[in-house]
Design a protein around this ligand. Structure first.
Ligand SMILES: NC(=O)c1ccc[n+]([C@@H]2O[C@H](COP(=O)([O-])OP(=O)(O)OC[C@H]3O[C@@H](n4cnc5c(N)ncnc54)[C@H](OP(=O)(O)O)[C@@H]3O)[C@@H](O)[C@H]2O)c1
Length: 247
């Protein structure tokens, strides 16, 4: 891994890479995505084909720096999300930073098409938190609440600003959001995004796939400030602060 910006450039070892992402405040929402050079967020319906081993390393690193992993139900379904396991080496590093051994998944859904017996709930070491809205089906909500924490925020869709406050009350303050594009647009509209970590894959995939921000919400243009640019094997790793100011 080479650092291109800010200069001087140089090779980064694992500790250097960790430090490159490591000055986030205690209350923080970071979004992590990979996209092709022509802007696609999926290849054959999945993100994985766009990534690389180093992209996976960054994904793990960002998880290991977070209190919880926020993800939309669409992504959890498409990418077959499973709760994180208690990996001794990673858990030790986490507790050394004052974090819980294992970060919970935080699943955002209105439809709640999730069975309480599914592995994403039933096999969780750190209990998966469901974030939904008052308009969700009451029976489904209650069935899930019997086995795992459920936060209700907003009416028709999840009010992500209110959800973030409720998560902070549970000690989940430093969050990484792994998408997907619909959840990202809602988070941008709510004005709660602090940072975007974007891997640009050296690949053109053609038309059809959604971009990293998608859905039906209108988003005002958002100004980004480049924090760093790393490169590995042609993959670019951009770290952007999300500016409050509009262009
Ligand atoms: N390139 C990447 O890095 C990357 C990252 C993540 C995902 N992806 C890809 O993106 C695709 C999925 O896209 P997507 O936009 O459907 O993903 P998504 O944002 O994860 O899922 C959308 C679903 O999440 C729930 N949701 C999101 N925001 C909500 C809100 N404010 N209130 C209530 N519910 C909310 C809803 O679930 P319910 O339908 O359950 O109500 C909604 O249908 C997959 O193909 C995946 O591979 C790519």
């Amino acid at each position: 891994m080479r650092q291109l910006f800010p200069p001087p450039t140089g090779l980064l070892d694992d500790d250097g890479l960790d430090r490159a992402y490591g000055d986030e405040p205690a209350d923080f929402l970071r979004i992590n995505f990979v996209a092709s050079a022509d802007g696609a967020s999926t290849l054959d319906g999945h993100a994985g084909g766009l990534g690389s081993p180093t992209d996976q390393q960054v994904l793990r690193l960002l998880r290991d720096r977070s209190d919880g992993i926020l993800v939309g139900a669409g992504t959890a379904r498409a990418e077959s999300y499973r709760p994180l396991r208690d990996d001794p080496a990673r858990s030790r590093a986490r507790t050394g930073r004052g974090l819980a051994r294992v970060p919970p998944l935080i699943l955002v859904s209105r439809r709640l098409a999730i069975d309480p017996g599914e592995p994403i709930i039933a096999n969780a070491v750190a209990r998966t938190v469901i974030v939904t809205c008052a308009g969700s089906d009451r029976g489904r909500r209650e069935a899930l609440a019997a086995v795992t924490p459920v936060i209700v925020a907003g009416e028709d869709i999840v009010d992500l600003a209110a959800a973030r406050s409720a998560l902070a009350e549970r000690g989940l303050r430093r969050l990484v959001c792994e998408g997907g594009p619909t959840l990202f647009s809602t988070a941008l509209a709510a004005g709660i995004v602090d940072e975007l970590c974007l891997t640009v894959s050296p690949m053109l995939t053609g038309p059809g796939a959604a971009r990293i921000v998608d859905g039906h919400l209108q988003i005002d243009p958002v100004r980004l400030a480049l924090r760093h640019l790393l490169e590995d094997d042609g993959y670019l790793f951009l770290r952007y602060a999300v500016d409050e100011g509009r262009p």
